[in-house]
Ligand binder design. Sequence first.
Ligand SMILES: C[S@@+](CC[C@H](N)C(=O)[O-])C[C@H]1O[C@@H](n2cnc3c(N)ncnc32)[C@H](O)[C@@H]1O
Length: 260
Amino acid sequence: MRRYPAVATLGPKSHADVVSDVFATAHPRYDLLNRLLSFRRDVGWRAFAAERMRLPPAGKLLDVATGTADLAIAAARRWPGARVTGIDTAETMLREGRRKVTRGGLSGRIELQRGDALAIPFPAGSFDAAAVAFGMRNFPDRPGALREMARVTAPGGRVLVLEMTFAPARAFRAPYGVYLRRILPFLARLLSPNPAAYAYLADSIMRFPGPEAFSEIMRRAGLAAVEHHALTFGAAYLHVGRVPAVRESSPPPNGTPEGT
Ligand SMILES: C[S@@+](CC[C@H](N)C(=O)[O-])C[C@H]1O[C@@H](n2cnc3c(N)ncnc32)[C@H](O)[C@@H]1O
């Protein structure tokens, strides 16, 4: 069985290597495990994020780290005039995503392509909104990814980050900790082709900044009117920020030390 180093010990390069290995092997049962391990809450969380995109008629959305395209599909269904572009570094995940897009009859409105969140392959202001679901945790440079999402979003548009976070309501904290540390890795050993990926998952959730800290990281990346919404007692958060109508002078080049 594979083993990955603890997230706290990873530098930017080794973090990217671990993430690449995790998602190169995750695709065969990725969707099934997502549903099971989140008690199907992931579907509702993405629907909530899609609702908050507030896309204009015929709006354009960028879904960063689209994986198997669940957020792209939820957004396209919620906003029937919208067109969605999904990018991801893992071709295996994209292949599965393309199959789902075709099965859902959405090939005319959703396009998936290779692309890195840290160097998004589109010009400034190309989209009405940019979103990422369960991807931010995996980026070695989160402020850099946020600045890229803000860059490709038109002034006034939204940047949305949906992420699992270990900042639950007090009464939920102990059981959620046991679930992440013990039960999730145990279930993954039974069900996943790469159980170590789920040990990484639990570790990366527990190390993700709390909602206030992440809101501050978004502000420092140049986003305005930042707000966050707790989902399922704080097991996940949706963060939403706006690209200022008049862009301020560039945000600090390296954001915060949290980037690694
Ligand atoms: C947990 S999956 C989330 C997939 C999907 N957004 C969802 O809602 O299920 C994380 C995805 O992030 C992708 N990823 C990781 N690092 C990336 C990067 N630097 N740029 C783009 N995608 C990346 C992985 O390949 C993987 O598909």
